[in-house]
Write a protein of this length. Structure first.
Length: 339
């Protein structure tokens, strides 16, 4: 049977020949992107002390994830530092975590697309692009963090996982599964969580750092979204929130502030589809997040068909290239046509 496990020896070969490697993840890195990248980095440093390893994110990771061990040492590509550029140029192995196509890296994607070093994909999104020399791609994984954990185990590296790496992996696991409420497809995910607890993580403290770290403005923005902005369509069992730049400015918006907001409307009993539309900072497009509950409605397909995007069955995203108002009309038309 052809599974990712067949790639383990090829991975081991690449690793034993590499001198300088890079671990990257997608733009606006979320808990899974940050957790998987930093855990993999931590493992690589422990397993291959002769090899240099660094993490690079296209832009800064949000405040609520900066406690993860190693986050302060990651390259932020958007900062444009020359030493970072030099490091990336000198790499002979590149790991691409938690995304399926280089265009998810913005400007950094172009730099990596023309790079001579082999690219290794480790990801759990559907339909990976044909841009990777070695691909670990499996949609049954709850998170890329789980995938990293299983790859480390297959490499025989479990004893090398530090408490810091375990915390990073747990952060990825809880954020990508809504604290184990979706995306958990096998009992293995819970076994992994149990293993991480044995490595000494404090799961309550991690949940606290991730979920109970709102600024007052962020909490009021959430209140405003639910009270004044949420539109509910009972006939279509859907809801959406659309936020303009000026509204975000009013609440001193920081990147990551709307993380998770799209999930709230799904707590309404009859709502099974939720969308969040956010006007981009340069007002050139609308950032679209889609969520569904249940096993009948694939927002991954919806994102692909209507919003130049993709993702998972119950969680996806994309872009819409027009005004916010037109985006709302467009979505309401989709609701009438499809649901
Ligand atoms: Mn993920």
């Amino acid at each position: 049977m052809l599974t990712w496990k067949n790639n383990i020896e090829a991975l081991r070969n690449l690793l034993s020949n590499a001198r300088q490697c890079l671990v990257t993840s997608h733009v606006n890195p979320d808990g899974d992107a940050v957790g998987a990248s930093l855990a993999w980095w931590s493992y690589l440093k422990a397993a291959y002390p002769e090899m240099e390893a660094r993490v690079a994110f296209p832009n800064r990771c949000p405040e609520f994830l900066r406690w993860v061990e190693g986050a302060d040492q990651a390259i932020v590509y958007a900062d444009g530092s020359e030493s970072a550029q030099r490091y990336i140029k000198g790499c002979d192995l590149i790991f691409c975590l938690d995304f399926n196509a280089l265009n998810r890296l913005d400007g950094m994607g172009e730099a990596l697309a023309s790079h001579a070093a082999p690219r290794v994909l480790i990801d759990h999104h559907r339909q990976p692009a044909d841009e990777f020399q070695l691909a670990f791609s499996d949609i049954s994984m709850s998170s890329t963090s789980e995938f990293i954990y299983r790859i480390v185990a297959a490499l025989g590296g479990k004893p090398l996982l530090s408490k810091g790496a375990a915390e990073a992996l747990y952060a990825g696991l809880v954020t990508d599964t809504g604290s184990f409420s979706f995306g958990v497809n096998t009992p293995e995910t819970f076994r992994m969580a149990a293993d991480l607890m044995e490595l000494g993580i404090d799961k309550d403290e991690i949940a606290n750092k991730i979920y109970d770290s709102y600024s007052e403005k962020r909490m009021r923005l959430l209140g405003y979204c639910l009270q004044s902005k949420m539109r509910v369509f009972p006939r279509h069992r859907a809801a959406y929130v659309a936020l303009s730049r000026s509204e975000l400015d009013e609440f001193c918006f920081q990147p990551g502030d709307t993380e998770g907001f799209v999930n709230f409307p799904l707590s309404i009993k009859k709502v099974r589809l939720s969308a969040l539309f956010i006007e981009s900072a340069d007002k050139t497009h609308i950032r679209v997040s889609l969520r569904s509950k249940g096993k009948d409605l694939s927002v991954s397909e919806l994102a692909r068909k209507y919003f130049n995007g993709g993702g998972h069955f119950n969680a996806s995203g994309g872009k819409y290239f027009d005004s916010l108002k037109n985006c709302e009309d467009y979505f309401e038309k989709i609701l009438k046509d499809e649901f």
